[in-house]
Ligand binder design. Structure first.
Ligand code: BES
Ligand code: MN
Ligand code: ZN
Length: 499
């Protein structure tokens, strides 16, 4: 779908879309179009429930008096609540309405809204961004779809007074969308396509954007003593990899870099503690944290963010075989701490243990944020509406929470504490990889991670409920959401780029 910004006015072809603020009625161009169509729009509104609520639409086909094929009214919500996110929701709703409907082109006329702080150019740029996010498809393995089952919409234009400003603002937002799409693609690809080596190959593609990429293989990781990560991967024919990415967007800044670490379990069968068959296919997405880190690196490098960022991914496949790790095995992590593996399905924390230790040891970062589809228990707690946030630092937590509100990728903080920590003490090793009973499973998992974090500000995002399977989401039309890219891009922009 091509996106463009043009001068104000009616397009004269394709669909005409008009923004309508809630409780304001038809103003500006919308009032003019209503006049041209002899009151068709106001009659349509009077006879239905469309009032301009955020994300709502009303479509009038073949209106007399207009050259365009149809008019779509797009709700912008209340003027005082018209922020970037609301504009994104409106653009997404427009695309959602027309994507498969047979229409090829739509032009949204955007004007300043009385009482809104966001100006027309920013409304247009953000509506374009939401529209782009909503246009995502993953059709590459369908060979038999009929043309009418595929998107019809080819062009999305915005008619706005400061078209150049809008295009410029969209330029950066488009790069974030590229990152989100990269993450969605990686999560959606099956595990026979994306495994540690091919995930590393995908990361290497980021070198085209100026990201430095190193990939550690099994011999290097053995040398570093990463027995925890390697134990998870030993049952698979696909060898583990540690992917290390560095983006230096602020070369003159000699301070510590920001670090993002992702769980990259490219398939989680559970190992010998095998998972039930139903829904096991979804465990191809157990590298959702890693995919978000890759997508974030792509977004930041793509929009040339002025920050220095490290991305580290522990990529392994958790499989069953004669060489697979057994329940009860004891492994030694890079930190030197020993772990009794009581359940081979609690593997993500074992991977992150070594990835976190490596990151803080080598890079001494300003903070570490890890993302992981870590526990089914976080879905029980928070559903698909928030990711779980665990942190040793209030300031970092507040920044992440604020970025969540600004992007709609919201987080909810859960506690850490000694009473939980002691539940992972082991009888024969320094710790065990599951709590003594099933209660507070997301928290005991976070406690485990914290044992591999020293003084550095750290946050763990448990994204098992948000990486995929969101229902009726404004921007995420397919199974994989790409969750985390927009949140962490915003965190970086708000707190570390001086924006
Ligand atoms: N990858 C899973 C967690 C998960 C579950 C992600 C559902 C997405 C949807 C993780 O490796 C896992 O298996 N966790 C276990 C931990 C348990 C054995 C302590 C779980 O949540 O059941
Ligand atoms: Mn597991
Ligand atoms: Zn897992």
């Amino acid at each position: 779908m091509k996106i463009s910004f043009v001068s104000p006015g009616l397009p004269g072809h394709g669909a005409l879309a008009l923004g309508v603020a809630e409780g304001v009625g038809l103003t500006g161009q919308a009032a003019e179009v209503d006049r041209l169509t002899q009151g068709t729009l106001s009659r349509a509104m009077a006879n239905g429930r469309f009032k301009g609520a955020k994300g709502s639409t009303l479509e009038v086909l073949a209106p007399a008096g207009l050259a365009e094929t149809r008019v779509v009214l797009v709700g912008l919500g209340k003027p005082d609540a018209l922020d970037a996110l609301a504009a994104q929701v409106a653009g997404a709703a427009l695309v959602g309405r027309l994507l498969l409907g047979g229409e090829k082109a739509v032009t949204l006329v955007v004007e300043d809204v009385a009482g809104a702080t966001l100006k027309a150019a920013e409304i247009a740029a953000n509506a374009a961004y939401g529209g782009r996010l909503r246009s995502y498809r993953f059709d590459k393995y369908h060979t038999k779809k009929k043309p009418e089952e595929l998107p019809s919409l080819e062009t999305l234009a915005f008619a706005v007074a400061q078209a150049d400003d809008a295009a410029k603002a969209f330029g950066s937002l488009e790069k974030i969308a590229d990152g989100v799409f990269f993450t969605r693609d990686l999560v959606t690809e099956p595990a026979n396509v994306i495994y540690p080596e091919t995930l590393a190959a995908e990361a290497r593609k980021l070198t085209a954007l100026g990201v430095e990429v190193e990939v550690l293989g099994v011999p290097e990781m053995k040398k570093l003593g990463m027995g925890s990560l390697l134990g998870v991967g030993q049952g698979s024919d696909k060898e583990p990899r540690l992917i290390v990415m560095q983006y230096k967007g602020a070369p003159e800044d000699t301070g510590a870099p920001l670090a993002f670490i992702g769980k990259g379990v490219t398939f989680d069968s559970g190992g010998i503690s095998i998972k039930p068959a139903g829904g096991m296919d979804e465990m191809k997405g157990d590298m959702g944290g890693a995919a978000a880190v890759l997508g974030l690196m792509k977004a930041l490098a793509g929009r040339k963010a002025k920050v220095n960022v490290i991305g580290v991914v522990g990529a392994v496949e958790n499989m069953v075989s004669g060489n697979a790790q057994r329940p009860g095995d004891v492994v030694t992590s890079m930190s030197g701490q020993t772990i009794e593996v009581l359940n081979t399905d609690a593997e993500g924390r074992l991977v992150l243990a070594d990835a976190l230790w490596y990151t803080q040891d080598r890079f001494k970062p300003r903070f570490m944020i890890n993302l992981a589809t870590l526990t089914g228990a976080i879905i029980v707690s928070l559903g698909h509406e928030h990711a779980g946030l665990f942190s040793n630092n209030d300031d970092l937590s507040e920044k992440i929470t604020a970025a969540g509100k600004a992007t709609g990728e919201t987080v909810w903080r859960l506690p850490l504490g000694d009473a939980y920590d002691k539940q992972i003490n082991s009888k024969i090793a320094d710790m065990q990889n599951i709590g003594g009973d099933r209660v507070a499973g997301s928290i005991t998992a976070a406690q485990f991670l914290q044992r591999f974090v020293n003084d550095v500000p750290w946050a763990h995002l448990d994204i098992a409920g948000t990486a995929w399977g969101l229902k009726d989401h404004p921007f995420a039309p397919t199974w994989a959401s790409g969750w985390g890219v927009r949140l962490l891009d915003k965190l970086v922009a708000l707190s570390y780029e001086g924006k």
